[in-house]
Ligand binder design. Structure first.
Ligand SMILES: C[S@@+](CC[C@H](N)C(=O)[O-])C[C@H]1O[C@@H](n2cnc3c(N)ncnc32)[C@H](O)[C@@H]1O
Length: 413
């Protein structure tokens, strides 16, 4: 039976909700620390904890969950790259982008942000990433920048060849990716917690809120609001998206990116509002992606009639995709196309769904079909450019980027 004093202590110190990792995990951590300190009983360890900041940090290291990897929930980084690409001409003229990764754990997240921005064509001088975490141990690993197999998951590991050197200790990150990232230690629930007062254009606060209770989640979401520039965008983990909506943030409606604007939607604004870009980026119509083309099951004529009459519109399908219901969204798109004929927006959405489902071949086909019907379709152009870059076709991507820029200029005039 766990001693509730330790759970309460950790709750006050770092916001940890014992239920999120289980009381037994805390019990095991306390027992292990007690043993490491060569203390015979829990009471003696409790007293040590009251008098030693070092031991508090050791206990924290024993209970935190540092799990992370490169390009985790990759659509967030693709969305970031798209948003930034749109504003590049402005970014040159104004100031470097400011980004925050908190919690950054052992560095995979902030370094992924750096790789995504470098891939999108930015130079290291055009952005700065503050990376903060509670764990001194994780930060030491982050600063080392050498990673083992666990940090590289999934099929698409082309980034490893571009940005790492293989060594006997693991893959060592190259300096170009390390340079724009600045690590520091911080506890987001501490009353004296502070970060760049100028405000961040993008805050990545992913897979942290899940460890807090309701009151702490509310508090931390308030901190995220304070940290963001007025037009900034916050990215959270997929199971944290509902919390942001419930606490006054507005979804940026980018499927699978779990991205939110600081400001609430204005009264009367439609759900399909285009994504306003962060300060440096010129807003353009925000795209949305979706998944694999799947056959729609044959229906009886009457059933078919009813189902078609109740078909969601394209914006509703975007919302579905945004919530991760990719297959439903894809089926809806296909049904819409059968009923109304193919439109560039529906095809671009199917491209995005395929992209999000890692079916890159289908994604490319959908984007190209959308562009065949409308060569100025910004969603398809932007996403296809990123896709080509991801596949190493930098020449093709450059041509599409140039087309996008020309379109932007025309719109501004
Ligand atoms: C699961 S990792 C998430 C890392 C990364 N954001 C991701 O999504 O892959 C959770 C991290 O939160 C950090 N953490 C926990 N409580 C924190 C707090 N109060 N302030 C800052 N960081 C905290 C832990 O040290 C751990 O590295």
């Amino acid at each position: 039976m766990s001693d509730p004093r330790f759970e309460q202590f950790l709750g006050r110190a770092i916001g940890l909700n014992a239920a999120s990792i289980g009381s037994s995990a805390i019990e095991r951590a306390v027992a292990a620390r007690c043993k490491a300190c060569k203390l015979g009983d829990i009471q003696a360890y409790w007293e040590l904890l009251q008098n030693s900041d070092e031991e508090v940090q050791e206990l924290i290291e024993a209970v935190i969950v540092p799990e992370t990897w490169f390009f985790r929930d990759a659509q967030a980084f693709a969305a970031l790259a798209r948003l930034v690409m749109r504003g590049l001409p402005q970014a040159d003229a104004i100031r470097p982008l400011r980004l925050l990764s908190l919690p950054c754990s052992s560095g995979e997240e902030p370094y992924t942000i750096a790789m995504a921005l470098l891939d999108a064509g930015l130079t290291a001088g055009q952005f700065r990433i503050d990376a903060i975490d509670l764990s001194a141990r994780s930060l030491a690993l982050a600063r080392q920048g050498v990673y083992g197999r666990n940090s590289f998951r999934g099929q698409n590991l082309a980034f490893r060849d571009r940005y790492f050197d293989a060594t006997k200790d693991g893959h060592r990150l190259r300096d170009a990716v390390r340079a724009p990232v600045e690590f520091s230690q911080g506890n987001i629930v501490a009353p004296d917690f502070h970060a760049d007062p100028a405000g961040y254009d993008f805050v990545f606060c992913r897979n942290l809120l899940i460890y807090f209770d309701g009151a702490t989640q509310k508090h931390v979401i308030g901190v995220i609001r304070r940290l963001l520039a007025p037009d900034g965008i916050a990215f959270v983990g997929h199971s944290e998206a509902g919390l942001m909506g419930a606490n006054g943030f507005t979804s940026a409606k980018i499927p699978m990116a779990f991205a939110f604007h600081r400001e609430s939607a204005k009264p009367g604004a439609t759900q399909a509002r285009p994504v306003p870009s962060p300060p440096i980026h010129r807003p353009r119509r925000e795209p949305p992606p979706l998944a694999k083309s799947r056959p729609v099951l044959p229906q009886s004529p009457r059933h078919e009639e009813k189902r078609e009459a109740a078909l969601p519109n394209l914006e509703e399908l975007r919302l579905l995709a945004d919530r991760g219901r990719l297959q439903e969204a894809a089926l809806g798109c296909e049904a819409l196309i059968r009923r109304d004929g193919a439109t560039p927006d529906a095809l671009a959405l199917l491209g995005l769904i395929s992209d999000a489902s890692n079916d890159l071949g289908a994604a490319e086909r959908y984007y190209r079909k959308a562009l065949y019907l409308d060569p100025a379709n910004a969603e398809a152009l932007g996403h296809l450019a990123l896709l080509l870059k991801k596949q190493g076709d930098h020449g093709g991507a450059k041509l599409l980027d140039e087309r996008l820029r020309r379109l932007d200029k025309r719109r501004v005039r």
